[in-house]
Design a protein around this ligand. Structure first.
Ligand code: KG4
Ligand code: ZN
Length: 337
């Protein structure tokens, strides 16, 4: 029997649905919630409500694009966590209802593992074991990926995530939310060596971005005192310098992790892996250190349900089928199957 998996993602501010048949992606739909822009960040209660109104049309669209009916689906995968609890609840309840009504396998998925498994949506795919840098709005981790659900965290952030560092820096510069893509765009014509910001000294494979945030804040405060037009005049150079500071520490730690583990298959995953500076820094690194480098296409870097459906397919292969009492979790450790 073929496995036709519907994936549902509602962990933050994207409502997404996708269909995978026997490991082949048939459709992927994402509805982004613009409502948060006005608030300069995701407002959890508004996110839950927006998921509630978007989930039916998004799932419907994913089925139409796949050319299927709900009766064709054999399993439903959903993001169990980590994420905003109220937002996760919408996807989890919907998936459970669908599983109950249609007698489907219920496949809970860890959001960060799904980001990593996005590498299996399209060929070429990385060989196990590989090292994955997962960089999103809530996470920054170096993960040894030994198999689809055998993953070990080698290091992670002790405070802010890389995406959070981008978004907070953007906010200080008066830019919109989410700030990562805006900084990326402005940095393209800036000089990354113009300004330097302090780098945190933390555990070997761990990260810390809260010091960088303070360093940017004090730098801007001092410069604006001297020249109120400072930010406007030097916006591109500031963005390029901030981007370099964040990316360089990510790169340095991955280089060290590769040297220490001897693993030379390197992958990037999560929203920040859409950053053009990070992508080119790792491309240079791959040339210099003979890495096999895997960077997802842009549409699979940021939140999507194709990665959830794909993770659901791998879970299905391993006999995954949860009970209806499975609950969403704001924080959760990797699922091992
Ligand atoms: O993976 P994702 O879509 O959602 C979470 O799981 O958090 O990641 C969102 C994060 C945001 O912080 C956003 O600013 C950042 O990814 N991001 C970027 C870029 N595109 C998205 N950061 C830097 N450069 C980008 N091009
Ligand atoms: Zn994500």
């Amino acid at each position: 029997m073929s496995a036709i998996i519907l994936g549902i993602e509602t962990s933050c501010d994207e409502t997404a649905a996708a269909v995978v048949r026997d490991g082949q992606l048939l459709s992927s739909c994402v509805a982004s919630q613009d409502i948060h822009r006005a608030y300069g960040g995701v407002v959890p209660e508004l996110a839950s409500r927006a998921h509630q109104s978007a989930i039916v049309p998004v799932v419907h669209q994913a089925l139409i694009e796949a050319g299927l009916n709900i009766s064709d689906i054999t399993g439903v995968a959903f993001t169990q966590g980590p994420g905003l609890l109220g937002a996760l609840m919408v996807g989890a309840s919907f998936a459970k209802g669908l599983a109950l009504a249609n007698n489907l396998k219920l496949l809970p998925i860890h959001h960060m593992q799904a980001h990593i498994l996005a590498h299996f949506i399209e060929s070429p795919v990385p060989e196990f074991p590989f090292l994955c840098l997962t960089v999103s709005g809530g996470h920054t981790q170096i993960v040894i990926v030994r198999d689809y659900f055998q993953m070990e965290i080698l290091g992670e952030t002790i405070d802010d995530a890389a995406g959070e560092a981008y978004d907070k820096a953007a906010k200080m510069l008066g830019l919109d939310y989410p700030g990562g893509p805006i900084i990326d765009q402005l940095a393209a014509t800036g000089n990354a060596n113009r300004f330097t910001f302090s780098e945190a000294a933390v555990g070997k494979f761990d990260f810390s971005f809260s010091g960088l945030k303070t360093s940017i804040l004090y730098f801007l405060r001092d410069q604006v005192k001297l020249d109120p037009g400072f930010v406007q005049k030097h916006l591109n150079d500031i963005c390029a310098s901030v981007q370099f500071s964040i990316n360089h520490v990510l790169y340095k730690k991955m280089l060290l992790a590769s040297k220490e583990t001897g693993i030379q298959t390197i992958a990037l995953a999560g929203g920040v892996s859409a950053n053009s500076g990070l992508r080119s820094m790792f491309e240079e690194g791959a040339k210099a250190h003979h890495w096999q480098l895997f960077i997802p296409p842009l549409k699979y870097c940021t939140d999507n349900a194709a990665m959830v459906a794909m993770a659901g397919y791998f879970s299905w292969l391993k006999g995954g089928d949860a009970n209806l009492d499975v609950s969403p979790l704001a924080r959760m450790s990797f699922i091992e199957i």
